[in-house]
Every structure is written in C-alpha cells, then in structure tokens.
Design a protein around this ligand. Structure first.
Ligand SMILES: [Zn+2]
Length: 495
C-alpha cells in the first residue's frame, strides 16, 4: 500500500487590510482530528479523502491542516510557527515511508516577510522528504500560482467555479491526479501564460460571466488533448505579490508543445475582456437614492469591506450614508467591532446606550455613533448556511437603533451567505435593506428574492476599484492599474 499524506494550509490575504493576521486566526487539526473534521464535508480534504479512501492501492493519511478566514497579511513569525507545525507533522511520518503528499492550498497567502509562503512550504517539505515522494496540490482560482510553486509541484488542480461550489470536487480531482502520479510513469510539464490584468465583478461569475466560458474552454481542452489538467486562474487582486495577475495553465505528460498550444488557444481573446471584467459599481449617493425610491428588498453589497476577500469588515460607511439621509426603511447590517461588542456585554441585554459602530480596525473608516438597545448577546457560534459547518465570529451583540439592526461581531467571518444573520435570529427577507459584505453570493441567498441588488462604491481593503488601493509589488504594467491595451504573450514552460 502506498502512503499518501494530506496536508492543508489555506488563507487568502488582502495586503490593504491594516490588521495583521496571526496563528490564532487559523483552525489547526492534526491526524485523526483532521480526518474527523473534514471527512464527508464539501471541502478539498473531504473530496480528496473520498477518492483516496476508495482506492485499493493507497493509504491516505491526514497529517496537518491549518485554515483561516481571509484576512490581512500574516505575521511572519506566525507563519514560521505554522510551517514548523506542518513540517513536524510530516517528519513524524518519515519512518513509515511516504509515497506521495497531497497539498490542499489556497494560493493567496502572504506574510510580512514572504510574498510566496506556499512556495516556501513546498520547497521546505521537498527538502525534508527528499526527491522521491510525488507531490500534487489543489488551489483556489483566486490563488497566485508562482514559478517557485510550479517548480516544486508541477501537478495541480484548481477550483473551477465562482462563487465557489466545487471544493470537494477539486480535492477529488487533485487526489485522482496524485493516484495517476503514483500508478503511471508521468512527467508533468506545465505551460503558463501570465496575462497582465486584475479582474473583478460579475464577469467573474463562472455560471453567467465571460470567465466561466474560458474556464469551460480549459476543461474541454484538457479532455480533448488528454492533458493532466488545464485551468484559468484570476488571482485575488488584493494580494499584492510579484506574480499577481491572471494565468492560463496547462499540464501535459511530457509534451511541452501540446501544453504550450493548449494555453495559447485557451487564452485567446481573454485580454480583450479586461474592461468588462471589472466591477459595475453604484455611487453611495445612488445607493441612497434606491433606498429613498423604495426599491425593496434592496441588497447593498459592500464588497470593498468583504472579509471573504481579506478586508477587516469594520466599515460603517453604508450605515452612515443611510442614516445621514434619514432613510426610514428597515436596515440589517453586519459589522466587525470588538470594542462595541465588549461594551454591549458589559451593559447587558435590554440596556440602551450610545455605541460607536465601525472604524475599530481600519482607520480609513469613520465610526458612526448611534443610540441603540442591546437586543441579544451571543458566543458567536453559528452554523454556516453554505457548508453546514460551524463558524465562530467570537462574542457577538445584536444592536437595535430605530429602523437599524446591526449584528456586531468580535472577529471577521465570511459573509457571503446569511448565516451570521440567521444565527442571531434575523432573516434578511424581513428587512427592506440588507448590507452584504461580499462581492458575490450564491443566487438563492439574496438575488433570488431581492428587488434590487447593487455593489456600492465604498472604501475598503477590497475595493473593486483596485487602482485606488496602492499596489506596490505586483508586476507592472498591469490593467487596470496601468492603461495598457496590448501585451505580447510569452509562454513559460516548466519541466
Ligand atoms: Zn476564491
């Protein structure tokens, strides 16, 4: 029986979130605990385990998993601590022999001293286990795949959907790739084309947007050409690292020309969509006008402050604008605000007092002062609508101020579904206006029943107006940071 280790390390950072993330933001699992947590779930590990447990010639061994919500850049010493834990867990398996290691990564990590933590991890594990064990990995399509990562692990699969609904499927595909590496005498050759553009907006929704057509083209080409894999990665535009861009990738078994030709064909015309692959934003004034016009239920997406993209989640800009305009419609909004939650806990349920909302993490946000009643206090544990797993926002307080209901949390959490609201006894369908801090959500959560859904041009670490954020490290020129209208495709081959 061949022994395959499963190792997970996942985080996506926004370089423009001033709050550094730490090891404490990661949920870590070892060995059996990792298996129990992920087996049967819609996660990379869940999908990988299903495939590997069903294979007769391998023994899958969960060794280490560290996953965190998207956030600000990771403190380097905390990354080193995670790296040590990961390497220790792999080292403990050396004596029994290792035939393969399956890495379940995101790809958009960055630390205060390392722009390619995943590449560093892959190299460090290779140095530890020697040249023989096969490596394969899974990645988010928002990951920033680097030359260093490809050189260390030229066998990978990525998510194919956005909003992401294929975590388990991607883990399963990566696991099947690992099985092929162990069973067949494969020599993966990777061709990659870096396209100098950052993208955002509805065109990135794979089911309906142009990006989905390119992803489908990659999948079809991989099948028709007998490639190991092919994909189009768009990167997280807020992770400011040197290789940030869109990438088209193809992996063949030893045939560089075939991979090269596939990449050229898949990428054909992609750059021409650079202007349409940007967000369609409405101004704060226009958003307020929609509220005044009674376009209810009205969903105001504050994607500029989306924790799922790496923002701090403590902007009260939309709340401020609505209250300033004396909007009387009912409003439901989330906010990250640890000091306000702590104060609500001190005061207790039923007490009315003045609170500041927002601006406790990211200084670009001005706090809003409201007189509100503490309607509910919670430990912030709730079940995720999307995955059915448990999430924790830390202690939370529900505050009511006239027509405004706010769920204030201690920590940022993913807000692309309605879990945080449901967990605090509120249903967005009962409100005229809901603030959603996510660029996109699955259709059924909001779009299916709302009258009007708009993305608001607000401030924040994940603003879709990426040219305003101040990228310093990513390759230049790149659209839309630079007004380029042409580029010469240069395919890189990794063998
Ligand atoms: Zn993603």
């Amino acid at each position: 029986m061949k022994r395959i280790l499963i190792v997970a390390l996942q985080q996506e950072v926004s370089s423009f979130n001033p709050v550094r993330s730490t090891r404490a933001d990661f949920e870590e699992h070892l060995a059996q605990n990792m298996r129990q947590t992920f087996a049967g779930t819609d996660t990379y590990a869940g999908g990988a385990l299903k495939v590997l447990d069903g294979a007769e010639d391998v023994t899958p061994i969960c060794v280490y998993s560290a996953t965190a919500c998207s956030a600000g850049t990771l403190q380097h010493e905390d990354f080193l601590a995670l790296k040590t834990a990961l390497l220790d867990a792999v080292r403990a398996q050396l004596a029994d022999g290792i035939d393969g290691i399956l890495f379940l990564l995101h790809g958009a990590m960055a630390t205060t001293a390392e722009t390619d933590p995943e590449g560093d991890i892959l190299e460090a594990v290779r140095a530890l286990v020697g040249p023989k064990p096969a490596f394969a990995m899974s990645l988010d399509l928002h990951g920033i795949l680097t030359a260093r990562m490809i050189a260390a692990c030229p066998a990978f699969e990525t998510l194919r959907t956005y909003p992401h609904v294929d975590f388990a499927d991607t883990g399963a595909r990566a696991a099947r790739m690992m099985l092929r590496l162990l069973r067949e005498d494969l020599s993966p050759v990777v061709a990659r084309l870096r396209i100098p553009m950052l993208v955002r907006g509805d065109a990135c929704i794979t089911e309906t947007g142009i990006y989905g057509q390119y992803m489908a083209r990659a999948v079809a080409r991989a099948a028709s050409d007998g490639l190991l894999a092919a994909t189009v990665m768009i990167g997280n535009p807020f992770t400011d690292v040197p290789e940030l861009c869109c990438q088209v990738l193809a992996i063949s078994d030893g045939d560089a020309e075939k991979a090269d030709a596939a990449v050229r064909d898949i990428a054909d015309g992609f750059f021409d969509h650079r202007a349409t692959m940007q967000a369609d934003l409405v101004s704060l004034n226009d958003a307020v006008a929609l509220a005044r016009d009674g376009r209810f239920p009205l969903i105001l997406k504050d994607a500029a402050d989306a924790p799922s993209s790496g923002a701090s989640g403590d902007s009260a800009e939309l709340i401020h604008a609505l209250l300033d305009a004396d909007v009387t419609a009912t409003i439901l909004a989330p906010i990250v605000d640890a000091p306000t939650v702590a104060r609500a806990f001190e005061l207790g349920v039923g007490v009315t007092a003045c609170f500041h909302l927002g601006g406790s993490c990211d200084r670009r946000f001005a706090p809003v002062r409201v007189k509100a009643k503490v309607a509910m206090l919670s430990d912030g544990h709730y079940r995720m609508e999307t995955w059915g797993t448990w999430d924790s926002a830390g202690p939370c307080a529900k505050l009511r101020s006239g027509n405004l209901t706010v769920i204030a949390s201690t920590r940022p959490v993913q807000l692309f579904d309605r879990s945080l609201f449901f967990g605090h006894g509120e249903d967005p369908r009962d409100f005229d206006i809901t603030v959603v801090k996510s660029p996109h959500c699955q259709h059924r959560y909001f779009d299916a029943w709302a009258d009007t859904v708009v993305s608001v041009d607000a401030q924040g670490a994940t603003s879709a107006r990426v040219e305003t954020l101040g990228h310093k490290l990513c390759q230049r020129p790149i659209y839309p940071l630079d007004p380029i209208d042409t580029f010469t495709p240069q395919i890189e081959i990794f063998r």
